[in-house]
Design a protein around this ligand. Structure first.
Ligand SMILES: *Cc1c(COP(=O)(O)O)cnc(C)c1O
Length: 450
């Protein structure tokens, strides 16, 4: 029998040549440093999105703020800007050091996207942005709207009646569907969400209660996207999580806001005060967009690391093999079954993989047991409640300071761990506040004494 080739090699050849692939296939937790990383900002313009596009996205969100403030009263106090707090979490830092027996230097912050208004996850950045960008485009083309208008006019019936004749669709493991569905329905769009088998019941129920059509699949995320894409007719706007530059730009704006928040806390970011950011990764758009923004804003003073479940390390496989979306976790015998909503993705975005190939500093992978454990410990120590996927980034600092690969890299970059005494470690919490209390309780219990 002829052996199956992945790219030009067999699994055995890959695993022999690049040991981290053997670790990944064996579901071992790993820490990886990206050998293709390039210093400097030149790479930012090579990927089909530009820093100017990011400013454009930021300005668009500002135009929509008067609409958002009125349509979603919980955003009123922040004047219709959908943003989350940044918080120092010293007790969690102590826990990580003790639990892992690792001397982590610098301080630990949490970016609380679990508290983002409207949809309670990082998808409230990209997903909502793409719906708004599409609505604006349609209304401008129709001559119903000018960029100089106060966008709360979008609440008027004439707009609702117009958008009602237009269709939106998306394929999702849940959280993107929530963002697209909630905002799409609020503007009036006929919205369909194609949900993968792992999507939670409460998300489907919530969307249906808002008049969104939910189509359920007995298959994984890639299939839900593929079917959704196929079923979307010519007049339908399909939000393409695997390829959308609009989504990506919506996420990237986070970095401009982060800069302001760090300044308010008087936390410098420069060569002597490096910033390490750890982001949970599914298909890649969210963490990729945010990282792109961070590299634009902070340059080589910032280092971005992705975190993936051991059962779904699709971006790691895509980057390590260089095959991007031509490889999936199943090729390495990995089952793509994880408790981490939003991260249960078997095949990465090739667009994002291409962008991150030279911008990403590294990756960490995390077991499901560890994710539950982190949910439990974060709740006990900081009274912060995240969904399991949102805790993946916490394994970044222990990986960086505790693994051979991490230690070698710290040696090269900073002359050793001690050179990062002024560092800021930022874990990006990507979701949690919409999770029903009973469900959250279950996560918490699952992590007891793991
Ligand atoms: C979607 C999601 C991510 C990752 O975003 P991708 O764009 O799929 O990489 C991380 N955490 C949570 C909670 C998510 O919903």
């Amino acid at each position: 029998m002829e052996e199956k080739l992945i790219g030009s090699k067999t699994v055995e050849q890959w695993e022999k040549e690049i040991p981290i692939l053997a670790d990944a296939a064996a579901l071992r937790e790993t820490f990886w440093i990206n050998p293709h990383y390039k210093k400097g900002k030149a790479e930012l313009s090579l990927c089909g999105v530009s820093p100017a596009d990011m400013d454009d996205a930021s300005a668009r969100l500002t135009r929509f703020a008067p609409f958002i403030a009125r349509a979603f009263p919980e955003t009123e106090k922040n004047k219709g800007i959908i943003e989350s707090p940044l918080q120092e979490i010293p007790a969690m830092l102590d826990f990580l050091k003790k639990d892992r027996g690792v001397q982590i230097r610098g301080r630990l912050l949490l970016k609380c996207d679990n508290l983002l208004p409207i949809s309670g996850s990082i998808k409230a950045r990209g997903g909502i942005y793409e719906v708004l960008a599409h609505a604006e485009k349609l209304a401008l083309e129709r001559g119903m709207l000018k960029e100089s208008d106060s966008y709360d006019v979008l609440l008027e019936n004439s707009f609702h009646n117009f958008f009602r004749t237009r269709e939106l669709a998306v394929g999702s493991t849940g959280n993107l569907g929530l963002s697209i569905g909630i905002m799409g329905a609020r503007l009036g769009f006929k919205t369909t969400v194609h949900m993968s088998a792992d999507a939670r019941q409460w998300k489907k129920d919530l969307l249906r209660s808002k008049g969104v059509t939910v189509v359920e699949y007995d298959a994984d995320y890639s299939k839900a996207v593929e079917e959704g894409r196929k079923l979307a007719g010519p007049g339908c706007h399909f939000v393409d999580d695997e390829n959308s530059k609009t989504l990506f730009l919506g996420y990237s704006v986070a970095a401009l806001r982060l800069k302001t928040q760090l300044e308010a806390l008087r936390i410098p970011v420069d060569a002597e005060h490096p910033l390490f950011v750890y982001l949970p990764c599914g298909v890649g758009g969210g963490p990729g967009g945010v990282s792109y923004g961070i590299k634009r804003v902070f340059g080589s003073a910032a280092h971005c690391f992705f975190a993936e479940p051991t059962h779904a390390p699709c971006m790691l496989l895509g980057l390590v093999t260089g095959l991007q979306d031509k490889v999936c976790v199943g090729d390495f015998g990995i089952d793509n079954k994880t408790c981490a909503d939003g991260l249960a993705v078997g095949r990465p975005s090739s667009f994002v993989g291409g962008v991150m190939d030279t911008l990403l500093s590294g990756e960490v992978t995390v077991s499901d047991e560890q994710l539950y454990y982190l949910v439990h410990e974060l709740a006990d120590r900081e009274n912060l409640w995240l969904e399991p996927s949102a805790t993946a980034g916490f394994m970044g600092p222990p990986g960086l300071y505790g693994s051979e690969a991490g230690k070698a890299w710290l040696g090269e970059q900073f002359g050793g761990a001690a050179g990062t005494g002024n560092a800021t470690h930022l874990v990006w919490a990507t979701g949690g506040s919409m999770v029903p209390a009973a469900e959250m309780r279950k996560y918490y219990e699952m992590g007891k004494g793991a």
